[in-house]
Design a protein around this ligand. Structure first.
Ligand code: GLA
Length: 399
């Protein structure tokens, strides 16, 4: 009898397990601590079956960890961050992994005019407004989270309602960001939605700092980058676009073929950007497609590589020029140019440039944006002969 009961129990358990797999499991959450004002912060974990583990917390809908296998299957966390909320609240945090907005990057002199009314925002970067403001920019507020799990993917959607006038921006803005990971691929998708009750500028990105050798590795200069852009938006001396769109041909911004970052970054040492800090104009989306291939990054040391697809018209390549040796997760030091950002976006300061694709969201419209970060490994050239069954990438290889 007892044998019968346990057989019965075992088959019920097996059935439950099968149905959990079929329905997909929702991401799990755990407490991550509290903000200075006492608000509880949760962190959610997304996993693929191929080794990717992403953690995202409710403060700033921020990607706090991104673990990826290297060419030998060794896992490392490849983005910068902090072990606790206090780290993220500290002055050393330069937007690590956060959702950036309401308008990412710069707005000249913190001013814009919309429907005949002039708006003034906080000046927090030289003469300009940067990354949505000071106290209640989207990276600093705590979002609410809702998880879901499907057969093929699971994810978490963070929502925040930004009241009219917050950080000086017009309109009550409801904004959501969904992070999702498919079960069988090392892809991380980040998609955004926003609605408003008054016309208002919106430009959202994720500000993850990548080092594919693992966060805290000495430099990112040996990574090779490819950007699918024929042109870029030149900056003035305060890093505001002049409004021109210029060809990358013959410039140090030509990344149409894989190029080691070290090769030309020094040419910017004396420029206002003090390194790469430029917006590239991506090639248009192929007909009928929602996204375009934006950029690819390769690290020969680990064999990790990343491809970025996006629905956005631009991407900011920032080579970690302001990193200053702050100590982050696991006591690791984040030296100058030890990580880089590839921020999919509308062009900086679009609200003040009529020739740029518009960032104005109107009542009744829905803002949408999606970027997918695809991770895989490759066999670096010098080892290519040794490895069996793995393809060496020679196409578009480093210059
Ligand atoms: C963006 C900007 C940079 C810098 C970083 C944060 O990438 O373009 O100039 O402000 O954010 O430090």
């Amino acid at each position: 009898m007892s044998l019968k009961v346990s057989k019965y129990a075992a088959s019920i358990a097996a059935l439950l397990m099968l149905s959990a797999i079929a329905n997909g499991q929702k991401p799990e959450s755990e407490p991550f601590g509290k903000t200075k004002d006492g608000t509880a912060v949760e962190v959610y974990t997304l996993k693929s079956s191929k080794g990717l583990v992403a953690k995202i917390m409710t403060r700033g809908a921020t990607l706090t960890e991104l673990h990826l296998p290297d060419k030998d299957g060794t896992i490392a966390d490849c983005i910068l961050g902090w072990d606790d909320v206090a780290g993220y609240e500290s002055e050393d945090n330069q937007y690590f992994g956060c959702t950036t907005g309401r308008v990412c990057n710069r707005i000249a002199k913190g001013k814009f005019t919309l429907d005949g009314k002039e708006y003034t925002l906080a000046i927090n970067n030289d003469l300009n407004h940067l990354h949505g403001g000071v106290e209640k920019s989207l990276d600093k507020v705590v979002w609410t989270a809702k998880t879901w799990g499907g057969e093929k993917a699971s994810g978490v959607t963070f929502t925040y309602k930004s009241p009219d006038g917050e950080e000086g921006y017009p309109g009550n803005l409801t904004v959501s960001v969904t992070y999702s990971v498919p079960r069988d691929k090392n892809n991380l998708s980040i998609s955004y939605k926003a609605t408003t009750d008054q016309a208002t500028p919106v430009n959202l990105t994720n500000h993850a700092y990548f080092n594919l050798s693992g966060a805290g590795s000495k430099t990112v200069l040996n990574h090779a980058l490819l950007v699918n852009a024929e042109s870029y938006t030149p900056n003035d001396e305060t890093l505001i676009p002049t409004g021109k769109i210029e060809s990358v041909e013959g410039t140090d911004l030509d990344f149409r073929k894989f190029t080691r970052i070290a090769k030309r970054v020094k040419n910017f040492d004396e420029k206002p950007e003090i390194g790469y800090d430029h917006n590239f104009v991506l090639k248009p989306k192929p007909e009928g497609k929602k996204m375009v291939f934006a950029a690819a990054l390769r690290d020969a040391k680990s064999g990790r590589q990343m491809r970025i697809m996006t629905s956005e018209p631009g991407i900011q390549f920032y080579s970690g020029n302001f990193l200053k040796g702050q100590v982050g997760k696991d006591g690791k030091t984040y030296a100058h140019r030890s990580a880089l950002c590839l921020e999919t976006q509308h062009f900086p300061d679009s609200i003040n440039h009529e020739n740029f694709p518009t960032t104005v969201l109107k009542p009744g419209e829905e803002f949408t944006s999606q970027s997918v970060y695809q991770f895989s490994t490759f066999v670096p050239r010098k080892n290519a002969g040794k490895a069996k069954g793995k393809k060496s990438e020679s196409k578009n290889d480093e210059k």
